[in-house]
Design a binder for this molecule. Sequence first.
Ligand code: SF4
Length: 245
Amino acid sequence: MLNRRQQQCLKGIGITQWLTRSASRPASEAIQQPEVEVQEDIAIVEQKPPETPIIVSAPVKLDSWDDITQSIHQCQACELAGTCTQKVPGVGDREAGLMIIGEGPGHEEDLKGEPFVGRSGQLLDKMLIAIGIARSQVFITNIVKCRPPNNRDPHINEVKACEPFIQAQIKHIAPKVILAVGRISAHHLLNCTTPVGKLIDQVHHLPGSEIPLKVTYHPAYLLRNPSAKSIVWRDMKNLHKMLNG
Ligand code: SF4
């Protein structure tokens, strides 16, 4: 059995060492401090790299709206299923002309099970109201349906694992316009790496479809950079014209 220092060295270079609980501690400690040793077992499990292969536990059925929602709730296709509080499939009108797609649930969204709540959500609502649209008139969702830990960017394997859901939602809603909110959403939907500042104020199209796609800054960015609001306001007026044209 390796001593604690040797175990920490292996841990530091990313080598997972699987130990039985009985082998990982002296018998005397096992009786006195069982909870601490269990936590160390958990820490070793958490060293899986982001490239961990996608595991799909069951065939995904996406024929109807209920199929999509149920499949999201049952999904275990990436590691985020194990760290989120609950799945956040999306909210709003399933026949909406405008579909808003962000990057992933944050802390408050994870707790509430609804995308774009909290301060960012309130700002998004105000942006919509400014062009005469109520939140209930659009469909709002995210690229990934589970919260990434500590609000980190979703890893590429997580985005890819979740892609069938966003594609199925777009297909069923068939929106008149998609609004990609923030960098992750814009880059994934347009399959590009162009900065949001160069994508905004233009009309793009969802690759492989005729659906127009607009890009805007994430409300969280606007809260940190209020000077960008004027650009967004100008672009929201263009979005209004597209929806009513
Ligand atoms: Fe499934 Fe998407 Fe959640 Fe990953 S993020 S577990 S693919 S629903």
